[in-house]
Design a protein around this ligand. Structure first.
Ligand code: LLP
Length: 471
């Protein structure tokens, strides 16, 4: 696989963010700022999936999530091909749909042969609604409700059990329904990694999963619960990780759990190593390729199984961000500007923290380009502000951009993961539409929300309805 290509230092315009020529088709999507199909049109516009972004926003409005089918499918295939190349046993790539759960995305990853990780009844029903196979759906979460567990048993998906309450509830539910429920156990691996503290989950002080000290009592309990079929163990270290070491270490930790389970008469056949591979949001980000990550995971598990003389398990991983993050851009229109001489220029776009809460939540840094003037020189340092009533609603501080005019189509790269899925209606702003682009065609995959959609959920009891004023 080709490693990261540096952004072109010689081009001082938006074209520097485009992916390099890729005749071999080997670029790893997570190492690119823009979707693999991104290019410029003869009109000097950004094009994604063969569609002119300026045309798209005229047709579908702004803000607009533009999802590139080719980039998403390429990432799916690179994960699958990696396991075919490096793992002699059975493997399954599961899409962590919390990154972006909607019918179209679930349908595409299913079509590419992936399973789906869900964390709520909403995500589960979206996955099944998109045609995902229930025995390839893995239900996660640290506080699944009784209704959610009942639904999981009903549809027959796998449940990744997080804690004692869930384990006991599920045992009772399985007995009541007369079903055998396939489960995995989520265990905190005690592995540190360097990422934002909110998205670190593998260290011991985490709300997720059984503490490793409890694992023997869990296995002992499971030995008496034949209605719970414990297939294996799961661990997730964290998200937006660029290091490979945590996953080198994880295989050894997890293989040890398999050995411990044997002492309780349990044969674990599935190991799920979670997700976490990072993506490139700026030129300073240098994540490993999908291929390298998969190779590391496979080698770690193969070596650990050899060391313990246990058979190779079915190996699962559950990437979210690195599958879909780089496949999407968000297009906005520029509106008002405020120039504070000698201090800063603010340019406001028609979205912000409601469609991309990552900068305000994690101080995430993004790159923007002007989709209607790709070769305009990057002449200004501008702070791209959102439209929300909150000073912190800044999408990019000090972005290098051409001189902006109202109406320009500013496009932010790398918005496929945890943008739509974390979007809100702050300030009663309806959530944007999303289109899927492929081979020059654009298809609506999420309708733009309207204020009427929001008002539909409101109730105004007669008792508090203001009386019409008598004149
Ligand atoms: N598996 C489990 C159990 C997870 O908790 C997660 C992410 C994943 C897989 C997928 O991780 P990924 O491959 O996407 O790194 N909202 C945050 C990210 C939260 C990640 C939550 N768990 C953000 O915007 O950065």
């Amino acid at each position: 696989m080709v490693s990261t290509s540096p952004l072109s230092a010689s081009i001082a315009d938006s074209r520097q963010y485009l992916p390099p020529a890729n005749p071999e088709g080997t670029l790893s999507p997570n190492q690119q700022l823009l979707p693999l199909t991104a290019t410029t049109t003869p009109d000097d516009h950004l094009s994604v999936g063969g569609c002119d972004v300026v045309d798209l926003v005229e047709r579908f409005g702004t803000p607009l999530y533009i999802l590139d089918d080719h980039t998403l499918r390429t990432a799916c295939r690179q994960y699958r091909q990696g396991f075919e190349r490096y793992y002699p046993g059975e493997a399954l790539v599961i899409y962590a749909s919390k990154a972006w759960n909607c019918l179209a995305v679930c349908a595409i990853v299913t079509d590419e042969g992936l399973g789906i990780d869900v964390v709520s009844a909403g995500e589960l029903l979206t996955a099944t609604g998109a045609g995902a196979d229930c025995d390839r759906i893995y239900f996660h979460g640290n506080n699944k409700s009784f209704e959610e567990l009942t639904l999981a048993v009903e549809v027959g998906c796998r449940v990744v059990v997080d804690n004692w309450l869930e384990l006991k509830t599920l045992g009772e539910l399985a007995t009541r329904e007369g079903k055998t429920v396939p489960i995995l156990l989520r265990v905190t691996p005690g592995i540190e990694c360097h990422t934002h503290e909110y998205i670190r989950t593998g260290h011991l002080d985490s709300k997720f999963g059984f503490d490793p000290d409890q694992i023997e009592s869990v296995f002992e309990f499971l030995a008496s619960q034949p209605q719970l079929q414990c297939l294996g163990v799961h661990a997730h270290i964290g998200s937006q990780i660029f290091e490979l070491n945590p996953h080198t270490d994880l295989g050894a930790v997890m293989a040890q759990w398999v050995v411990t389970a044997q002492r309780y008469g349990l044969t674990l056949t599935e190991l799920d190593v979670g997700g976490g591979l990072g993506i490139r949001y700026t030129e300073g980000d240098d994540p490993p390729s999908i291929d390298t990550w998969v190779k590391t995971v496979c080698e770690s598990v193969i070596a650990a199984c050899a060391a313990h003389d246990i058979p190779l398990p079915k190996l699962l991983c559950e990437p979210g961000r690195s599958l879909i993050g780089s496949a999407c851009v968000t297009a906005y229109r520029v509106g008002s500007q405020k120039v504070i001489p000698g201090l800063r220029t603010y340019a406001a776009i028609d979205g912000g923290m409601s469609d991309n809460p990552r900068p305000i939540t994690y101080q995430s840094v993004y790159r923007a380009l002007v989709a209607n003037r790709m070769t305009a020189p990057l002449a200004e340092t501008v702070t791209l502000a959102g439209k929300h009533c909150e000073s912190g609603d800044i999408l990019i501080k000090d972005a290098a951009l051409p001189e902006l005019k109202s109406g320009d189509v500013v496009t932010i790269a790398g918005t496929g993961a945890y943008n739509y899925s974390m979007a809100s209606n702050y300030n009663r702003v309806p959530r944007p539409a999303a289109v899927l682009v492929a081979d020059g065609d654009a298809t609506l995959i999420i309708r733009r929300e309207t204020v009427a959609d929001l008002l539909r959920q409101d109730c105004l009891p007669e008792t508090i309805r203001p009386k019409a004023k008598s004149t």
